[in-house]
Ligand binder design. Structure first.
Ligand code: ATP
Ligand code: MG
Length: 142
């Protein structure tokens, strides 16, 4: 049976924008068969970063993570393809670049477990929350 087209939220984090690898990430996204349904730059405030990563509140890295995510502009995107959530996480690689598989974006571009260049939703419910967080009210190209 054909898999259903699914949407996920991707972010090129501030370290990726700073490194000027937005083009490289977008090229890979297209090469992997995703369609970009929406894309924009976003400069997150500390409060917005805290709201976005609310599930991690209380963890030891929360303050540092949200400071990093609000340290400069990011690029946020809605990606669409079959099995988009799992596929995008596969293309990103493991959270820690030291354990990421060869050929993944994090293996190639990330500099630490925190500064790991890209974000991807981890489940349909989080994808829905995260897409609404950045693109609520936007008419996504269907
Ligand atoms: P993301 O949600 O950003 O796509 P992920 O799902 O692979 O990444 P999470 O466990 O959700 O990983 O962690 C969110 C982010 O918090 C990570 O991408 C990373 O930037 C940061 N982070 C996670 N674990 C650590 C850690 N041990 N030390 C520092 N930063 C961390
Ligand atoms: Mg996550």
């Amino acid at each position: 049976m054909a898999q259903q087209v699914q949407r996920t939220l991707a972010i090129v984090k501030p370290d990726g924008v700073e490194q000027r690898v937005v083009g490289k990430v977008v090229s890979r996204i297209e090469a992997e068969g995703f369609r970009i349904a929406a894309i924009r730059s976003a400069r997150l405030s500390k409060a917005e970063a805290e709201g976005f990563y609310a599930v991690h509140r209380g963890k030891p890295f929360f303050a540092s993570l949200t400071a990093f995510m609000s340290s400069g502009p990011a690029v946020v995107m809605v990606l669409e393809r079959e099995d988009a959530i799992a596929k995008w996480r596969e293309v990103m690689g493991a959270t820690n670049p030291a354990s990421a598989a060869p050929g993944t974006l994090r293996k190639e571009l990330a500099t630490s477990v925190e500064r790991n260049v890209v974000h991807g939703s981890d489940a349909p419910e989080t994808a829905a929350f995260e897409i609404a967080y950045f693109f609520g009210g936007v008419d996504l190209i269907g």
